[in-house]
Design a protein around this ligand. Structure first.
Ligand SMILES: Cc1cc2nc3c(=O)[nH]c(=O)nc-3n(C[C@H](O)[C@H](O)[C@H](O)COP(=O)(O)O)c2cc1C
Length: 446
């Protein structure tokens, strides 16, 4: 049996990093948004650290304050990852693709093509996309959850059928005999549902891992769990505490079991934002320097999380004794407990914010041990199979993580000292699959 070790992925977002002003850092090229060479360097660093995959979230729309901060999206996931695949050899590529706005034939074709030309390193993060700005770009309204997930389920089934429609031994390519393909092994799928369908077949041979690995991401609505349980081998999550992660991971694993699969066949990844620095103080200062006005703007939110009024004039002081005794972790936000703990430790309000207490994912700040401890604790508690990292600034944040944190994880025997193989499936430790998974009941078949 394979050793139980942490699996790492890394988000590729905009070419700069998670900190709001990463794009303005003096050591960062402000043109990285359109600079594939920079993304290739970051991918190569992650590969040096034996990351199993790169993950491209995708919200193809102009959102947020682009007058002052980057368009937080990669130009085009499939095209960027195709370029990166040609400059790397082991790291996998999990690209987000919307089942709501794409036709399954497009997904089947593009992802399998990436899988073939990366020699078995592609994955598809199948999401239903509920963002109105994205919907508007496709000239469509946001539809209800039930309809989105019905279409998603149909799409994934069509995609898997298309992937399997070129049978593994269909390709003869015998020059002497003049036979290219055994056409009896490249047959239509004729699969049509309420929302999508395809005749097929798809004229793409198997890759070294057979076909791309399916991921999904989101919360734990029964709709999403049904998709994850039946079809996903990876689950990209957004969780703040060990308890929350463990409960969510248990649900995801149970969904796989209910679908007739082995729960170990789906790997659960929590997000983690990292600032690696020689000391916590230096890490906090780096985060303060590159967050711009954002930290101060979060003051009212922190006030709500702690249930006490906070004033701008107090930013560089810890809570007063009166505030400390009145403060509590508001139950409405899972991040409140982290903010409350930091407040009790006596950090100034600015530092509580700089710790990332109001961020999209948990944040680890400081020397390598801080990051390794966080990952080890979550992993040993059965809360995750791994993490998808969001470095604070790609330009130096990936290298420092790989050079300083990865060796610690290896030393602690919770991280591989070499890639398990050269395909994404091997590096995730998920089984071979070609075409639809025969273990899945056909109850909700198209
Ligand atoms: C960690 C995480 C990453 C996600 N990445 C994407 C993404 O890249 N693109 C996208 O359209 N939706 C993304 N989503 C959104 C979900 O796919 C889903 O649309 C959203 O959670 C609402 O779906 P629901 O109807 O299941 O609640 C992400 C969600 C989470 C939690």
């Amino acid at each position: 049996m394979a050793k139980k070790e942490i699996i790492l992925g890394m988000a590729l977002t905009d070419g700069y990093g998670t900190l709001k002003n990463a794009w303005r850092a003096p050591h960062v090229n402000s043109g990285n948004y359109a600079n594939i060479e920079a993304n290739i360097r970051y991918a190569q660093s992650a590969e040096r650290g034996r990351f199993a995959f790169l993950f491209t979230p995708d919200f193809p729309a102009v959102r947020g304050d682009v007058e002052h901060s980057p368009v937080s999206n990669i130009l085009d996931p499939m095209i960027a990852l195709t370029a990166i695949s040609q400059a790397t050899s082991h790291i996998g590529f999990v690209a987000t693709g919307s089942t709501t706005f794409q036709e399954p034939f497009n997904h089947a074709r593009q992802f399998k093509a990436l899988d073939v030309l990366s020699h078995g390193r592609a994955g598809w993060n199948a999401v239903t996309t509920s963002d109105p700005a994205v919907a508007a770009n496709y000239g469509k309204p946001v539809v209800g959850r039930a309809e989105r997930y019905k279409r998603a389920l149909e799409s994934i089934q069509v995609v898997e059928a298309l992937w399997g429609s070129w049978k593994k031994d269909a390709w003869i390519k015998n020059q002497q005999a003049g036979r290219f393909i055994d056409q009896s092994k490249l047959q239509p799928i004729n699969l049509y549902g309420e929302h999508v369908g395809s005749r097929g077949p798809l004229a793409i041979p198997p890759s070294e891992q057979g076909q791309p690995v399916i991921f999904t991401s989101g919360g734990t609505s029964p709709h999403l769990l049904s998709i994850a349980g039946r079809h996903a081998s990876g689950f990209i999550a957004e969780v703040w505490t060990i308890e929350e992660a463990r409960a969510q991971r248990d649900l995801v694993r149970r969904a796989a079991q209910d679908a007739g699969r082995d729960p170990n066949d789906i790997k659960y990844f929590a997000g983690l934002i990292t600032t690696v620095a020689p000391s916590v103080r230096e890490g906090l200062d780096r985060r303060i320097e590159h967050q711009g006005e954002m930290l101060e703007a979060h003051l009212p939110h922190l006030s709500g999380m702690l249930g006490i009024p906070l004033h701008r004039s107090q930013l560089d002081q810890p809570l007063t004794p009166e505030q400390s005794s009145a403060a509590h972790a508001s139950p409405g936000d899972p991040r409140s407990g982290i903010a409350f703990k930091l407040a009790r430790e006596g950090w100034t309000i600015r530092d509580i914010l700089a710790h990332g207490s109001i961020d999209y994912h948990p944040v680890t700040v400081g020397p390598p041990g801080v990051h390794a401890d966080h990952m080890q604790e979550w992993f040993k508690a059965g809360a995750v199979d791994g993490f998808w990292l969001l470095p604070d600034i790609y330009e130096d944040g990936v290298d420092t993580f790989v050079d300083e944190v990865v060796p610690l994880l290896v030393q602690r025997r919770i991280y591989p000292d070499e890639y398990a193989g050269s395909t994404l499936r091997e590096n995730l430790g998920v089984p071979e699959q070609y075409g639809p998974d025969p273990r899945i009941s056909r109850g909700t078949q198209l």
